[in-house]
Design a protein around this ligand. Structure first.
Ligand SMILES: Cc1cc2nc3c(=O)[nH]c(=O)nc-3n(C[C@H](O)[C@H](O)[C@H](O)COP(=O)(O)OP(=O)(O)OC[C@H]3O[C@@H](n4cnc5c(N)ncnc54)[C@H](O)[C@@H]3O)c2cc1C
Length: 367
């Protein structure tokens, strides 16, 4: 079976990796390299205490975190790609932390990956994060992890047996009389894992897609040696009312990310946003200055009207499979979505309805 996977973000990379393990499948991977969500992200995998009410999304995210963990272990992913150092939530009052702990204990019944939950007093918080001036109560969730999206894709690509790989090519799909082709080459099945670009990809073959781009920015800062011993092994800090703080190395930290719905596909760095991210950093880390910023990342996420992802085969059995709308939790849900798409392509009968609404809730056939 000749399969084309368009899009080499977290969904496409995982789909290709799984398909390539099947001897009967030849995988050709395309990517436009024009800026994507995965390569800009430095992400947190800890969905369990989310307040979102969407049960399908929660199930997908919970099982997605577990699948990501399994994939990381199966492929012996290094800690520069996937790290299990836990996450700490902070709240202003002890009551709020107790509520969060109670929710955690409920959710842990179906999510053993969460591991140990530990309530932290303001003194313990100060001891855990001495480079900050945090004085809130905290909750440590041992099973939280972080992933570097760009390194994840590069790592998985190395372990994927591609028939062909084009990582700098924008392609379009044509479907004439049931014959699927990309740039004139025929394929049996095509997976469109193109994130926020799905509307453009499906427009040419007569579909309208209800997905919009969302800009996300984050900064990386370097703390001077006087401020910090080592951040290695420290959990992610998710302080109430502030941005998230993600340790990346001995003395570097990511602060982010933003969710900007009106910027289209713009990938330029915005000074106003940089200042805002720095301000959030300064609220916790005294003396942090603009000179400490050593990098920034900008990416385009995809989001839908109900902020839920969708994935599966197009309703007309055209052998076209799609995934989009992963929003701000796509590092958590992307690998399991890639796995489900690969299973569908291989003809396995899997029940998607427990995880996602039908694809045609988000896509209309024109005419
Ligand atoms: C700043 C930031 C922080 C984030 N933080 C987190 C987090 O903490 N936790 C979390 O779970 N998620 C996080 N996310 C969200 C997550 O990164 C995304 O939801 C996820 O990476 C989306 O993956 P994808 O594979 O669907 O799309 P993408 O990564 O966007 O990949 C789609 C690919 O398709 C390619 N493409 C598009 N059109 C074509 C074409 N015609 N031909 C060829 N190639 C094409 C694009 O170039 C792109 O490489 C964050 C995102 C951002 C931007």
């Amino acid at each position: 079976m000749k399969v084309a996977v368009i899009g080499n973000g977290i969904v496409g990379a995982t789909t290709s990796y799984i398909l390539s393990k099947n001897d009967n499948v030849a995988v050709t991977q395309f990517d436009s390299a024009k800026g994507q969500a995965t390569s800009a992200s430095a992400g947190i995998i800890a969905p369990w205490l989310s307040k979102r009410r969407n049960k399908k999304w929660y199930r997908l995210a919970r099982e997605g975190a577990a699948f990501m963990n399994q994939l990381a272990h199966d492929t012996k992913m290094p800690s520069s790609v996937y790290r299990e150092d836990g996450v700490v939530y902070s709240r202003k009052t002890e009551n709020d932390i107790d509520d969060l702990l109670e929710l955690g204990q409920e959710r842990k019944v179906d999510a053993t990956l969460m591991g140990q939950l530990q309530k932290l007093s303001p003194t313990m918080m100060q001891e855990k994060f001495p480079f900050t001036q945090i004085s809130d109560w905290g909750l440590f969730v041992e099973g939280g992890a972080t992933i570097d999206g760009q390194k994840f894709v590069a790592y998985l690509n190395q372990q994927t047996d591609f028939e062909q790989q084009y990582l700098n090519k924008t392609v379009s799909i044509s479907n004439e009389k049931g014959r699927l082709s990309i740039n004139g080459v025929a394929f049996d099945k095509v997976v469109l894992a193109v994130g926020a670009w799905l509307p453009q990809c499906l427009e040419s073959i007569g579909w309208t897609v209800h997905v919009r781009p969302q800009k996300g920015q984050l900064i990386e800062v370097q703390l001077s040696d006087e401020k910090v011993d080592s951040l290695i092994g420290l959990p992610v800090l998710m302080p109430e009312g502030e941005r998230d703080f993600i340790p990346t190395n001995k003395n570097t930290l990511i602060i982010g990310a933003t969710h900007e719905n009106d910027e289209g596909f713009d990938l330029s760095r915005s000074q106003v946003v940089m200042d805002d991210l720095l301000k959030s950093g300064q609220n916790l880390i005294p003396n942090l200055t603009e000179a400490d910023i050593i990098g920034y990342r900008v990416g385009t996420r995809a989001y839908t009207n109900d902020f839920a992802p969708f994935f599966g085969e197009l309703e007309d059995n055209s052998n076209i499979y799609v995934a989009s709308g992963l929003g701000s939790s796509g590092l958590t849900t992307g690998p399991i979505i890639g796995q489900m798409l690969a299973k569908q392509v291989l003809g396995e009968d899997i029940e998607m309805s427990e995880y996602t609404n039908p694809v045609n809730n988000y896509i209309d056939k024109r005419g």
